[in-house]
Design a protein around this ligand. Sequence first.
Ligand code: DGL
Length: 273
Amino acid sequence: MVSDRSSAPIGMFDSGLGGLTVARAVIDLLPHEDLVYFGDTARTPYGPRPPQQIREFGLEIMDLLVEENVKMIVVACNSVDVTVGVDVHERYGVPIVSVIEPGVKAGIGATRNRRLGMIGTVATVESRAYDVAVERTKANVFFESRSCPKFVDFVERGDTTSDALLAAAEDYLTPLKELDIDTLILGCTHYPLLSGVIQYVMGDDVVLISSAEATANEVYAQLLDTDRLNRAERPGHQRFMLSGEPESGGELGRRFLGPEFGHAEHRPWEAAA
Ligand code: DGL
């Protein structure tokens, strides 16, 4: 059942815990909104999978969120975002917020030498969705992207500082650094959790763009425009569902999001079907 009531929760999902970077920004900006977050930790990572399968997983999760009566869906996963089109907006009848356009807008606004980079999963980079979004702005900037296939696994393991991670970052990012880009879009919602190592390798002069804040602004704008803002005075309530064992995800969830993560519900696919 679809709900458009302003008191209904916002639905949000990712292949795992990376989307919590977007959840954090939404909670900070809209503290009165209720939130239902689904992390598909049993099937992460999505990035190396074929686009058709990523799309099917995304639709499965959006079906589940709509069953929870959400008033909006935030696709906090670039790899899914690049596989869904306008048809999805029609399918669900609730506003669907993308992470790509807000990130591109912020990147274009930040570059000073008009040389923009993006890093993401294989699925995101190969889709060329960011290339198209950059072209659509007609901003006339140089744009280059690179996939960083190992990054998501590091995050899901809770490794944000190891030597192996630094070596992988040097390997992935050095070619972009040599292109003299001054702004780098983190085109995967897991990557803001690696911003220490990414900034270290790229150097202090390069601006890192996390789409989290820009996406939260877009959530506010669309709630306002569609008359769905929750005007309640009380603090919002957050629910977190993970398809994998919450024992492993729970502790990391608190580390990545903060105390609001609390208790994570286990929603294995068999039970959710
Ligand atoms: N956080 C995801 C994204 O923004 C997911 C990556 C993955 O599971 O590979 O693309």
